[in-house]
Design a protein around this ligand. Structure first.
Ligand SMILES: CC(C)(COP(=O)(O)OP(=O)(O)OC[C@H]1O[C@@H](n2cnc3c(N)ncnc32)[C@H](O)[C@@H]1OP(=O)(O)O)[C@@H](O)C(=O)NCCC(=O)NCCS
Length: 328
């Protein structure tokens, strides 16, 4: 069985910024509350003419450029998103066409904030099976399109962005080490966008009731995230005969600074081995992990051979962790 490496990384965030001070003018909140309770100072927000596929294309092109290959060399494209341009065609189809990936198939993967971890797991198995040589995993979300900017409990949390990682074969025992993913649908009501699907199609009523926006019971999600982020990391490490001391860097989904710090503390991973960039991006859903990985690489904290642990919890509930040996 071949091994799998992450061979390139590309990211995109739109230039527009929404700061805590901007939000103070929109809802009853304040900079201090947002910073203390979430760790977020500002988020990137896409312009009105920018959709998820546009950001995904930018991230994809950046990853291909970094690797120095043409899009037509890709075998598959997985776009992890809960904010597709439209229900169908899939965002993967839109991206495939725009970048000219003539030889690729692909699909969208819906796992909310765990999307990118699930995408990595899925792509790694395509490579491991020997049937695919180049799989591009993209996490892209335009959360600002489904956020209710009159709801102070959610609107302070989210931002827009995209990131892509290229997966390729390598000698066995390099790169991908393992995964542990779970879903728990009993938590579905705590974080959802109720309307726009087959249960509640768009109507004047659903629009009036603001049901096309994210609805969240923040405390329930918080408690679940703190418990599960730790549990899956711990179980995954045990499964591979490793401890937290073997992990050079923890790169968690960026939902709330307090969730990340609680997870790291329970795992016994010191804060200098944890990537936190939520202050500048907020929660970009499927894009947080590639964006945080880019910061880790650029700051020199993640180097060739380092063991990196990705972990996320999201709507569904979805939970996932991946262990990789960084390859470049
Ligand atoms: C949303 C979240 C930041 C709220 O923080 P919290 O500490 O749980 O705050 P609570 O919901 O208990 O609210 C505490 C108070 O702050 C208020 N509040 C909520 N949002 C506020 C805001 N933006 N500004 C000021 N006050 C706010 C609440 O109304 C409440 O007031 P009350 O005590 O008078 O009722 C937190 O629950 C959270 O991060 N949850 C997980 C979110 C998440 O990760 N989502 C994505 C999953 S991938």
């Amino acid at each position: 069985m071949p091994g799998v490496i992450i061979s390139a990384l590309g990211c995109y965030t739109p230039p527009g910024l929404l700061t805590n001070h901007d939000l103070e003018k929109m809802v009853e909140t304040n900079n201090q509350w947002i910073l203390e309770r979430t760790g977020i100072a500002e988020r990137h927000i896409a312009g009105p003419d920018v959709a998820t596929s546009d950001m995904a294309v930018e991230a994809a092109r950046a990853a291909l450029t970094e690797r120095g290959i043409e899009a037509r060399e890709l075998d598959a494209i997985i776009v992890c998103t809960v904010t597709p341009d439209m229900m169908f065609p899939s965002t993967a189809c839109l991206v495939q066409d725009r970048i000219g990936a003539k030889g690729a198939w692909g699909f969208d993967l819906v796992a909310a904030c765990s999307g990118f971890v699930y995408g990595l797991t899925t792509g790694a198995h395509f490579i491991r099976s020997g049937t695919h040589k180049k799989v591009l995993i993209i996490g892209a979300d335009t959360m600002s399109r489904i956020i209710d900017y009159t709801d102070r409990g959610t609107c302070v949390l989210f931002g827009d962005g995209a990131g892509a990682m290229l997966l390729e074969p390598c000698p066995e025992n390099e790169g991908f080490i393992g995964f542990l993913n779970e879903i728990d649908g009993s938590g579905g009501d705590y974080l959802k966008m109720p309307a726009g699907g087959s249960r509640l199609p768009a109507s004047e009523e659903t629009v009036r009731q603001r049901q096309h926006f994210v609805k969240q019971e923040g405390q329930q999600v918080f408690k679940y995230a703190v418990r599960k982020m730790y549990e899956v990391c711990n179980q995954l490490l045990q499964r591979h005969g490793m401890t937290a001391q073997d992990v050079k860097l923890l790169i968690p989904h960026q939902a709330n600074r307090r969730i990340i710090e609680a997870t790291a503390e329970r795992l016994g991973i010191a804060c200098d081995r944890v990537i936190i960039n939520i202050d500048r991006y907020g929660n970009t859903t499927a894009a947080t992990i590639p964006l945080a990985t880019r910061d880790a690489v650029q700051s020199g904290k993640l180097q060739k051979g380092d063991v990196v642990l990705f972990v996320a919890v999201g709507a569904g509930f979805t939970v996932g962790a991946n262990l990789w040996r960084w390859a470049y």
